[in-house]
Design a protein around this ligand. Structure first.
Ligand code: FUB
Length: 360
């Protein structure tokens, strides 16, 4: 690196500019990873003419910004050494990132903190955000529950702004139970063209879909009387479900393999409705021995008014074996003529700036 810098003074300028911008909380990396830091499960969205990324805080990278203040009840939850993998105790908040062009990112620290969620104490995971009736709702998993009766599950927090601060909306989890074998984690909220909002979720190799009430604060039954529909698409399904719709087709995507290992990956199915039926078609994201390992838990975004798509995902540096060392990357996602998805080519360069065109 030093030799390269000597040869090319522009590299020095770029490094200096990055350092200055990083110190100011704004990152100018036309490269993957998109920002410094260990972040996972990025969900990419568009709000207020900007791109937003809502990730899991995966591990400390430099000085952490967590508050570290807990109630007696939260301390009690955190003391369950028999249940908790100790690194999860660091995951008590969520940072959010915004960008006008997918290249320059601004960090909004601690958009959600367990300080504002009495029933959550650690393992705050995989946020999913949606704008609804002028407010922003953030769905998140907490406490990595292992059985019914344990405090934790999927919660919902609300804010007037996409960058937060988000505050717990219910004082309890929205889903705090294991239903159909699905651990209540890895939620993703999806708005269909008719305005109905669904939530896809589930770990432990099971996926469910639920219908959210008009205020997004409860789950309501489907017309057939059921409330939790199991839609596990394939025995390989593990977690991280994501729904996208293109040209009337529903694309269910998910992660397979173990997230701490090299072969974590993303697969997908296509279906005629939000409930499927879904049949696995193939893998769209996987490790590349020249770029990174453990690529998975992704999300996709469509640039409004175009058929251009991007995938945001996490991956692990090649030589790094620490499962929590996950970095965020963005690359292009392309569809074939028949609607199937081409395998993603992971890059170190990342994507070119893509500003959003304001609505006329
Ligand atoms: O980041 C915590 C957990 O790791 C997520 O909930 C899983 O999907 C996996 O990425």
């Amino acid at each position: 690196m030093r030799r390269a810098m000597k040869k090319n003074p522009r590299l020095v300028m770029h490094a200096l500019a990055s350092l200055l911008l990083a110190a100011a909380g704004t990152y100018a990396h036309a490269a993957n990873p998109i920002v410094p830091g260990w972040y996972a499960d990025p969900e990419i969205r568009i709000f207020k003419g900007q791109y937003w990324i809502y990730p899991t805080y995966s591990d400390d990278y430099g000085k952490p910004s967590r508050a570290g203040k807990f109630t007696a009840e939260q301390e009690k939850m955190r003391a369950r050494k028999d249940l908790i993998w100790q690194p999860y105790l660091k995951q008590t908040f969520l940072d959010v990132f915004s960008s006008p062009d997918l290249v320059h990112w601004t960090k909004h620290e601690r958009a959600l903190d367990v300080e504002n969620v009495s029933w959550a104490a650690y393992a705050v995971w995989a946020p999913s955000a949606i704008e609804h009736k002028g407010k922003y709702y953030l769905f998140f998993g907490a406490n990595d529950i292992k059985s019914n009766g344990q405090p934790g599950g999927i919660g919902v927090a609300v804010s007037d702004r996409p960058e937060g601060p988000f505050r717990d909306a219910l004082g309890k989890p929205l889903i705090g139970e294991i239903v159909n074998g699905a651990q209540p984690i890895d939620q993703m909220v999806f708005k269909d063209d008719d305005g109905q909002i669904y939530m896809y979720y589930g770990g432990w190799k099971h996926a469910n879909v639920v219908k959210l009430a008009p205020d997004l604060l409860s789950v309501v039954p489907f017309p057939d009387g059921s409330t939790y529909k199991e839609i596990t698409p394939d025995p390989e399904y593990v977690e991280g479900s994501f729904m996208a719709k293109r040209k009337g087709v529903y694309y269910l995507m998910w992660s397979e393999g173990g997230w701490t290992g090299p072969d974590y990956r993303v697969a997908y199915a296509m279906g005629p409705s939000p409930f499927g039926p879904f049949k696995r078609i193939g893998t769209i994201l996987a490790q590349d021995g020249k770029i990174a390992r453990g690529a998975g838990h992704h999300s996709v975004v469509n640039v409004p008014g175009t058929d251009d798509w991007y995938i945001a995902y996490h991956r692990r540096p090649l030589q790094d074996k620490n499962g929590h060392h996950r970095e965020m990357a963005i690359d292009r996602l392309y569809f074939n003529e028949d609607g199937t998805i081409r395998p993603v080519v992971m890059t170190n360069e990342g994507v070119a700036p893509r500003p959003l065109v304001p609505k006329a």
